[in-house]
Every structure is written in C-alpha cells, then in structure tokens.
Design a binder for this molecule. Structure first.
Ligand SMILES: CC(C)(COP(=O)(O)OP(=O)(O)OC[C@H]1O[C@@H](n2cnc3c(N)ncnc32)[C@H](O)[C@@H]1OP(=O)(O)O)[C@@H](O)C(=O)NCCC(=O)NCCS
Length: 187
C-alpha cells in the first residue's frame, strides 16, 4: 500500500504531552510568520544556539521579522516544509515546536534536504520533540526527499538520540566542529 496516500492531507493529528496537555500537529502555513516570531522570542539563548548554530540574542526585531517571514514561506513540497506543534486552537494557537526540512537554495529537485527541530524551553522533556520527529519521514516522503541531513553541535546528545530513534539507516560525519547525520528515507 502507498503510505503517502494513507497520510492525512494536512498531516494533522493530536498528542498528549507528559503533563497531559493536548497539542496539535499540522503543516506550517505562510500565515504562521507572526506565530514563528513569537516562538523565537520564547527560546532560550542555548536553544537558539543549538538550533541556529549562531548567537542569536542581539538580533534586531526587523531581522527577526524578516527571518520569520522567510521561514514561514513554505509550500511543504519543494524548498521548505515544516510541521508545527501547537497549543490550544489548531489553526491559531501558539507554536510550541517545529520540525523542518529545507532543500538547498536553487535546488528544488535535490534528493537531499536539511532537517532541524526545535521545541520551546518551557516544554522540553515533554515528548514534543519525539512527536515532531515522527512527522519527519512523512514530511520527507511528501516532499520526495530521499536523504535527510541533520546538523548538530557534537555535544548535543539529546537531539542526536532523538534523530537516531527514527531507526533509519544513517551515517555520521564530523566536520568543521559540527556533526552531520545523513539518514536514508525509503520510498
Ligand atoms: C532536542 C529537542 C528538540 C528535544 O525536544 P524535547 O521536546 O525536549 O524532546 P522529548 O521531550 O521528546 O525528549 C527526548 C529525550 O531527550 C530527553 N530530554 C530532552 N530535553 C531534555 C531536557 N531539557 N532535560 C532532560 N532531558 C531532556 C528526554 O527525557 C527524552 O529522553 P527519553 O526519550 O529517554 O525519555 C530540544 O531539546 C530542543 O529544542 N533543543 C534545541 C534545538 C536543537 O538542539 N535542535 C537540534 C539541532 S537542529
């Protein structure tokens, strides 16, 4: 059976955090830009550093807005796709976490895409990252991505374990102070 056909159209579902709160998962939409901006301001310095690999504490509000617009510019098919975990109303509630796949600029047919995941600090350890990661392979299949590349600081054991738990065949390459994990998605 074709797994893609069995996926809900907008990849929507709900799950309970370890604290018993119900969160929703759905595909990101371009109108999430403001919610992404609010989300960024709720991340600690360390979480921003681990997600973006740059110090992101003194970024101007204009730059944060510009980046949020860029990151919300998804079609979930070609360059960028993302699944968000949302509290409260599925369509308009606050973003608690994001898992994303991005193809390299100018390469809409690339078989390879970079994956990233980030969860708001006040929800860490609640299972949100695990639930978001479970959406990564369906998202990759939807986008026809065959190789998922995740980039970590080498000491980011929580995140590396989360990606390993996907159970996909992978190889790790350590280069220029970062660890890159290449995972193969079957068709
Ligand atoms: C990595 C990250 C996404 C994990 O999200 P999360 O929602 O806390 O993950 P989960 O709750 O599903 O936990 C995954 C595992 O890590 C452990 N863990 C995660 N964060 C933890 C924390 N702050 N303290 C203790 N344990 C933690 C959990 O106990 C769990 O282990 P288990 O499966 O053995 O129970 C989150 O820490 C994060 O946003 N980090 C910054 C961004 C980042 O590093 N991204 C990866 C590179 S792109």
């Amino acid at each position: 059976m074709n797994l893609i056909k069995r996926l809900p159209k907008r990849m929507q579902r709900t799950f309970k955090t370890r604290n018993g709160e119900t969160l929703s998962l759905r595909l990101m939409r371009p109108d999430d830009a403001q919610r992404l901006e609010d989300f960024f301001y709720k991340l600690s310095s360390e979480t921003r550093w681990r997600r973006f690999h740059v110090l992101a504490d003194n970024v101007s509000p204009e730059e944060v807005r510009r980046r949020a617009l860029e990151m919300a510019d998804v079609d979930n098919r070609t360059y960028q796709g993302a699944v968000v975990a949302v509290a409260g109303d599925r369509d308009n509630g606050e973003i608690i976490g994001v898992v994303r796949l991005s193809r390299p600029p100018g390469q809409p047919d690339s078989p390879e895409a970079e994956a990233a995941v980030v969860v708001r600090d006040d929800y860490h350890g609640q299972g949100v990252g695990t639930h978001l990661l479970r959406q990564l392979v369906p998202l990759a299949r939807r986008m026809k991505v065959r190789t998922i590349v995740a980039v970590f600081q080498p000491d980011n054991e929580n995140a590396i374990r989360l990606f390993r738990n996907l159970g996909l065949p992978y190889k790790m390459v350590v280069t220029q102070g970062v660890s890159k994990m290449y995972q193969q998605v079957d068709e």
